[in-house]
Ligand binder design. Structure first.
Ligand code: THU
Length: 138
């Protein structure tokens, strides 16, 4: 993994510490790199009513887009049982993949999944959301 990708995974791991997940006890962190060079982090934020819960990835996108960012290079994601180091890769849910499709080029946007054992995988969005529906379809 390149140094900047490693840094992005470290930021996702730090953001994971801030997860609010009293119902699932599954803590997720994300770090989103914008083409501007800025990085926005996110964690999952759950709700007693369940459905208002938001994933770490969409928290990061909401923070970035609401600050005026529209172009993105990559997102790092780490997730696992709260209070334990991440041992398994945490793939993004379908809703988060669709939000990525809204703002990112599926052929070039990189999704980095990492564990705290330095295991990692890299995917393009088109690999994780093949034949996705996005702004270009309208
Ligand atoms: N979650 C994320 O934040 N991102 C993912 O990629 C998968 C799932 C959250 C949602 C919920 O708070 C918890 O993990 C268990 O599903």
């Amino acid at each position: 993994m390149d140094a900047w990708q490693d840094l992005l995974c470290q930021q996702a791991t730090a953001a994971r510490e801030r997860a609010y997940c009293p119902y699932s006890h599954f803590a997720v962190g994300a770090a989103l790199l914008c083409k501007s060079g800025r990085i926005y982090t996110g964690c999952n934020i759950e709700s007693a009513a369940y459905s208002p819960s938001i994933c770490a990835e969409r928290t990061a996108f909401a923070k970035a887009v609401s600050e005026g960012e529209r172009e993105f290079t990559a997102i790092a994601i780490v997730g696992g049982k709260q209070g334990e180091p991440c041992k398994e890769l945490c793939p993004p849910c379908g809703v988060c993949r669709q939000v990525m499709m809204e703002f990112c080029d599926p052929e070039t946007f990189l999704i980095l999944l990492a564990t705290e054992n330095n295991e990692y995988k890299k995917y393009t969005l088109s690999k994780l959301l093949p034949f996705g529906f996005g702004p270009a379809n309208l």
